[in-house]
Design a protein around this ligand. Structure first.
Ligand code: PMP
Length: 423
């Protein structure tokens, strides 16, 4: 792949109305053709991480085989190639998220690092004792703990907006919690443990009416639904490359430039400076101010390839197909005796958490694994949420656009095997 092929624009999408050609797309993912324990792999752990299409694997190989060099420093041919590829990927991500400018896209290790960057850089600068940070009861630990650390450092207070028994945010309660002390709001777009899609546009408006900045944790949304940051109007947005069919160790923090400009660097080092003396350092402009040191160049290039790949299919057809899978799976799983779905929000993404009779989620996961079916079992890094529902853990099947109804049938068969073993 040459660098011009990589550059940013979203190319011809599959029409939202045409039948979704899942068989065709599956061929793009070599790992899906594998057998485990002699059985065809059924991969239903996409909320944890997604599989990689060949174009992403090729982009990584191409970089290491033909272009490897450090960026933004060298004057030689390879360094220029690598720099162009890196910069192109930033434009690709900017267009994908409809951000205003490439300089508002900061490459980080993932959603977790993006949230830590904002909490440390923005939070330590602008929050003080007595201020409040508002999150929801369905956050992933990575959108809880960084704020707790900030509270310990500043004396600010963490508030939590409650949810109902279906796993939906109580929007009225959320609004009531917004008060003159609220200085930051940070919320998941989609819950990784319940699948709930939060009405983030409305929540952002409510916060903005009170001049409160909002971070959206898009770890579970960016890979599964179209995200238009100018339409949402959030102030910060994070996602992880590995959940978007890209490499691990790379992710994105979007920030409105008016915020990023006034925030201090998160880390110091090479590339984030424009001039250094022992007395004083002048920081580089955006986005480089927040990208200290040699970045994950291969990861960024691989992420660019992944974004181009999903953009070519189109997020609207992907979302529509995954909704079909969700409906089918919800119906089929509800027919399994003793199965209880945790999280029945009206607006849901293709994630189903469940408990099965008295069987521990880990036992469900272990037996399904023997059948070649990969699901997640545990607290899904959302321990307070598990407590809210009175369960120590759930089993979770999460779907991507390469999954099929036949795979859901295999999951249901596997659950019957679990019940046979345990009852
Ligand atoms: N937020 C949500 C909603 C998530 O699902 C995850 C990953 N499970 C994260 C944040 C953290 O992502 P990462 O570990 O890739 O930084």
């Amino acid at each position: 792949m040459n660098s011009s092929k990589r550059s940013g624009t979203v190319i011809s999408k599959q029409s939202a109305r045409a039948p979704f050609d899942v068989a065709h797309y599956r061929k793009d993912f070599p790992i899906l053709a594998q057998k485990v324990y002699g059985k065809p792999l059924v991969y239903l752990d996409n909320a944890a991480t997604t599989q990689k299409p060949q174009v992403v694997i090729d982009a990584l190989e191409q970089y290491y085989a033909k272009e490897n060099a450090n960026i933004h420093r060298g004057i030689h041919y390879l360094s220029q190639q690598a720099t162009d590829a890196y910069d192109d990927a930033r434009v690709t991500v900017q267009k994908f998220l409809s951000a205003r400018k490439p300089s508002e896209i900061i490459f980080v290790r993932g959603a977790t690092e993006g949230i830590n960057l904002v909490s440390q850089s923005y939070g330590r600068t602008f929050l003080k004792a007595g201020d409040e940070i508002l999150i929801t009861a369905m956050e992933h630990h990575s959108n809880i703990v960084p704020w707790q650390i900030l509270c310990e450092q500043t004396g600010a207070k963490l508030r939590t907006s409650p949810i109902n028994d279906d796993g939906e945010l109580l929007v009225n309660e959320f609004e009531k919690l917004l008060n003159p002390k609220t200085k930051f709001v940070s919320i998941a777009h989609i819950s990784n443990a319940l699948g709930t899609i939060n009405p983030v546009k409305r929540l952002i408006q409510m916060a903005h009416e009170r001049r409160i900045p909002v971070l959206i944790d898009g770890a579970q949304s960016a890979p599964h639904m179209a995200v238009d940051l100018q339409d949402l109007d959030c102030d910060f947005f994070v996602f992880s490359g590995h959940k978007l069919f890209g490499p691990t160790g790379i992710g994105v923090l979007y920030g409105k430039s008016e915020y990023l400009e006034k925030m201090p660097p998160y880390q110091g080092g090479g590339d984030m400076i424009s001039a250094v003396t022992f007395e004083k350092t002048l920081y580089n402009k955006l986005p480089f101010k927040f990208e200290a040191g040699t970045p994950h160049i291969a990861g960024v290039i691989g992420l660019g390839a992944a974004v181009n790949y999903v953009a070519r299919i189109g997020l609207d057809p992907i979302f529509a197909y995954e909704q079909e899978l969700l409906e089918y799976a919800t119906r089929k799983l509800s027919e399994v005796s003793g199965l209880r779905i945790i999280g029945e929000a009206k607006e849901k993404a293709s994630i189903i958490s469940f408990v099965l009779a008295d069987v521990h989620a880990h036992d469900v996961g272990t037996i399904l694994d023997q059948e070649g079916i990969a699901i997640r079992a545990g607290h899904h890094c959302a321990m307070p949420l598990m407590e809210r529902f009175g369960v120590p853990a759930t089993a979770r099947a999460s779907f991507a656009f390469y999954n099929t109804k036949e795979e859901i049938d295999r999951l249901v068969d596997g659950l019957h095997t679990v019940l046979e073993v345990f009852t």
